[in-house]
Write a protein of this length. Structure first.
Length: 80
């Protein structure tokens, strides 16, 4: 169990590092560590344009993207 948990944390760190290196932006603090918020948004927008990602139910689209643009819901490591 400890090994699986460690693997998950390392994998997440590598993904976050890679996204930040490609897209940049700001980091937010999450319970499991830091998250490159802008990088995730840019990655998802890019994937959406490529048709590799889509929100099937448009009723949820605004609330989904709100996570990435509403600064009031996050704790930033450095301010924008």
């Amino acid at each position: 169990m400890k090994r699986n948990m460690a693997q998950h944390f390392v994998k997440t760190w590598k993904i976050n590092k890679s996204l930040y290196e490609k897209y940049g932006g700001v980091f937010i603090f999450q319970q499991a560590g830091i998250e490159p918020l802008d990088a995730y948004r840019q990655f998802l927008k890019e994937q959406e344009k490529k048709k590799a990602f889509q929100i099937l139910n448009k009723d949820y689209e605004a609330s989904f993207w709100k996570y990435f643009v509403d600064d009031s819901m996050h704790t930033f490591l450095l301010k924008r």
